[in-house]
Ligand binder design. Structure first.
Ligand code: HMG
Ligand code: MG
Length: 298
């Protein structure tokens, strides 16, 4: 059975835009985040403090953080991979950051240029810095249902990493099917394994929709009691270091399902679609969602 409430973590302004062909200027990213803030979302990922040579789409995330109108009760996390990123995030006034590690060695090397063990050391450093500044830390584990370089991934490897991140001080762990290869029963089994190591209320799920399984995977996982779900407005997104991976689950498709199931989210569909319309009409990036197509606005 589904939980009565689900918190949607909007990752569009980060995961959605980091992989677009065009670099969306800072003022438009600010406009998108402000539009999303008006929809009732409680968590909106605002950017990423990584190497601008590696991910030029996220350059200027400090200006984005400074430029948004922070809505009361809304958190605006940013990705940080290491101490340099954390210093930048602190200087820009971040109140929440997200670490991102991989369940497989090959993806860790390609994505963040270090081994899993080294990424855990970096995580310790970042968490210590965060603690000194009372900044919340979210953790991501990538490749939880498959790796673009290594194929199948053991749920126990995901559970181990998630457990260590929580022990270090992450308040929540987002389990990422980075390349969107998982199917519902597999996703459910993975979440069950992780829930033996990490309490359910600290588990979030993050599906890319490469093979059209994202929404079904969410349903299978919320039936297990998971109550935090990542999604990107307009279904944008992907990871530049995961070839072939497509967009995130679209927030509006997720919301349509949750509304239909009677699961409370606090998010208003019309306001959310206004934000998606901004992406499509002003940024010129085509939305990739069923709900937006069904209610196309110009
Ligand atoms: P590195 O180990 O120093 O090595 O960086 P590098 O060769 O990758 O980069 C070196 C350059 O970056 C140096 O500058 C550093 O000073 C600089 P240079 O000497 O060439 O002028 N540098 C930085 N600059 C700005 N901010 C920093 C920073 N750190 C070093 N924080 C690093 C390691 C992780 C920074 C780099 O590999 C990188 O930026 N990678 C990009 C990773 C990324 O953003 N991936 C996408 C996000 S993850 C994702 O999408 C998955 C997720 O959605 C969940 C899921 O779907 O599974 C979260
Ligand atoms: Mg992702």
């Amino acid at each position: 059975t589904c939980p009565p409430e689900v918190r949607i973590v909007e990752v569009g302004p980060r995961d959605g835009l980091q992989n677009e062909q065009w670099i969306i200027p800072v003022r438009q990213r600010i406009a998108l985040i402000d539009a999303l803030s008006a929809s009732g979302l409680q968590t909106i990922e605002a950017g990423s403090f990584v190497s601008p040579k590696r991910v030029p789409q996220m350059a200027g995330s400090d200006e984005v953080l400074r430029g948004i109108a922070r809505a009361p009760g809304v958190s605006y996390p940013v990705l940080v991979p290491n101490a340099i990123g954390m210093e930048h995030a602190i200087r820009a006034g971040a109140d929440e950051v997200a670490l991102f590690l991989s369940a497989t060695e090959s993806f860790s090397q390609r994505n963040i240029n270090c081994s899993i063990a080294q990424s855990l050391e970096r995580a310790e450093t970042v968490i210590a810095m965060a603690r000194r500044h009372s900044i919340l830390v979210r953790g991501y584990v990538s490749c939880v249902l498959g790796c673009p370089y290594e194929g199948a991934v053991k749920p126990s490897a995901v559970a181990d990493l998630a457990e260590r991140l929580v022990a270090m001080g992450c308040y929540e762990i987002s389990l990422g099917d980075t390349i969107g290869v998982g199917t519902p029963r597999q996703a459910q089994a993975m979440v069950q394994t992780v829930s033996h190591a990490v309490p359910l209320h600290r588990i979030a799920i993050h599906f890319h929709d490469t093979h059209g399984q994202a929404l079904s995977n969410v349903l299978a996982c919320i039936d297990e009691g998971v109550a935090i779900v990542d999604a990107a407005a307009g279904g944008l997104g992907g990871c530049p270091y995961a070839t072939g991976a497509s967009g995130n689950l679209a927030t509006e498709d997720l919301l349509y399902m949750l509304d239909g199931l009677g699961v409370a989210t606090g998010v208003d569909m019309e306001a959310l679609l206004d934000a998606v319309a901004l992406v499509e009409n002003r940024f010129g990036v085509a939305a990739r969602s069923k709900v937006f197509a069904a209610r196309r606005r110009r």
